[in-house]
Design a binder for this molecule. Structure first.
Ligand code: GDP
Ligand code: IMO
Ligand code: MG
Length: 436
């Protein structure tokens, strides 16, 4: 495999998010002209570290930091204009002017303040299943309104002011009544104020709003190379993930087809991103979680705190059953294994290769969250290594134990490794072309 010849490529997380997708996009982007977000919204937090400076992007595609790239937010994403415009402004203040290099879909749904409130109130209420540990960005309520077809509002509606004003008034009245009835929340939203605020956002966004599906097809026809930037991770997928402890969208390759509006044949390669261990932020089953000192060590070494919420991430051993299930669905062309450097200095490393549930042993990822929670991981133990890896740039620079560790993951996931992350900086990476 060659990185300059991958065709249109999809970057997809194979765990519970935060695998290092932002960094990977930043590494690969020199070979692409367009970077497209196709699902999720500002619940994402994608980090890029360039020359010691950290950029965390939530709503914008990570590729926009590069001057040759057009960033696109396609219709499968939801857009919070306050976050979007705030992000553009804060980049401008830091010397990155994305100017004319962004396009957002007029079909994308909008996140409103009542979505964020609904998200928080649902978390505080003692609903069945307890807290999901959402990012509180209003994502679930916004997608629920989208599929309801009655309460969702799309970007294109902002440009018909009178119609927008009337619809929003009806919707806000409904939301206020709903929030009182369900959560006894008695601070009503002001439809007029939200209308004015969003009409103002609309004017600021006007130059970049378009039919991204059409534009994408035109650009592809003209030979543009497209990188599809996945958000969240396969185990947070609404259908394939650890339901109900998931996000509200499809997060995998299929979401590129529906969320960006391209045929499957337009996706030529997929890079499955994993961490060399596992993290999860928010609630839900996590069989290989290390809740003691070792988990704390990995968290501190890896800087495992949420990019969007700042919450400490739960850390644990690599799980080939969980990631293998995700790899089966995505069938990636290659893997990007990030954070290998974080594991340096541990005496031994464990990799989960199966689950024991009562007397039963299985290497199948169960559908039922309670069953997964009850699963006892079966481990293969490998020797660790002491060497600091951040200076390694070729596979041969890695200690033999680190190469063996990668080999085990690659074999279990039946996928070759194309990228190894050895630090947060964009140069701290090993690119493996044709096996070396
Ligand atoms: P994303 O959501 O998949 O883009 O991942 P996040 O940005 O939320 O979290 C990944 C974190 O790991 C960020 O802080 C990155 O800067 C950092 N990171 C990415 N790759 C590596 C790596 O190979 N080594 C180390 N030490 N940090 C990395
Ligand atoms: P990136 O793109 C990690 C998790 C939340 C919560 C669940 C539902 O940075 O990898 P939501 O706000 O989507 O309703 O929350 O999903 N979650 C993520 N975890 N990385 C993400 O995005 C996530 N986006 C959502 O923590 O458990
Ligand atoms: Mg993240």
């Amino acid at each position: 495999m060659r990185f300059d010849d991958m065709g249109n490529t999809c970057v997809v997380g194979l765990q519970w998010g935060d695998e290092g997708k932002g960094k990977l996009v930043d590494v690969l982007v020199r070979h692409f002209d367009l970077v497209v977000r196709f699902s999720g919204g500002a619940n994402a937090g994608h980090t890029i570290v360039a020359d010691g400076e950290t950029f965390a992007l939530h709503q914008l595609p990570s590729g926009v930091l590069h001057e040759h790239v057009t960033g696109m937010i396609a219709c499968g994403s939801v857009i919070d204009p306050a976050v979007l415009l705030g992000e553009i402004q804060s980049l401008r203040e830091r010397g990155v002017d994305i100017g004319d290099r962004l396009r957002i879909s007029h079909r994308a749904q909008l996140v409103f303040p009542y979505h964020r409130r609904q998200d928080m109130l649902a978390e505080q209420a003692a609903l069945p299943g307890g807290k999901l540990g959402t990012t509180a960005r209003g994502i679930g309520p916004c997608y629920a309104d989208k599929v309801s077809r009655r309460w969702g509002i799309r970007v294109c509606e902002l440009y018909h002011a009178q119609r927008f004003r009337e619809r929003l008034a009806t919707i806000v009245a409904h939301k206020n009544a709903y929030l009182v009835a369900l959560y006894d929340f008695r601070e009503p939203f002001d439809a007029l104020a939200i209308t004015e605020e969003y009409l103002n956002f609309a004017e600021q966004m006007r130059p970049v709003v378009c039919d991204t599906t059409l534009l994408l097809h035109e650009r592809m026809k003209a030979g543009a190379r497209v990188l599809f930037e996945g958000a969240q991770g396969s185990l947070l997928d609404i259908d394939h993930g650890t339901y109900p402890y998931v996000t509200s969208t499809s997060t995998g390759v299929g979401a590129v087809v529906s969320g960006a509006g391209v045929p499957p044949a337009a996706i030529h390669s997929t890079v499955g991103v994993i961490k060399a261990y596992t993290t999860r932020v928010g609630s839900g089953p996590f069989p290989t979680e290390l809740s003691g000192a070792l988990g704390d060590t990995i968290r501190e070494r890896g800087g495992e705190y949420g990019t969007t919420t700042g919450r400490p991430r739960r850390c644990g051993w690599f799980d080939t059953v969980a990631a293998g299930y995700a790899a089966m669905i995505a069938r990636p062309t290659c893997l990007a294994v990030m954070h290998l450097d974080t594991l340096s200095g541990l005496d031994e490393l464990k990799v989960c290769v199966g689950y024991r549930n009562g007397p039963a042993i299985s290497n199948h990822f169960p559908a039922d969250a309670y069953e997964l929670q009850a699963a006892q991981p079966l481990y293969e133990t490998l020797p660790g290594w002491d060497a600091e890896l951040s200076g390694c740039r070729r596979l041969a620079d890695l200690p033999a134990a680190a190469r063996d560790y990668l080999e085990l993951i690659s074999t279990r996931l039946a996928t070759p490794i194309g990228v190894v992350g050895v630090g947060p900086e964009r140069e701290q990476v090993i690119l493996i072309e044709n096996g070396a």
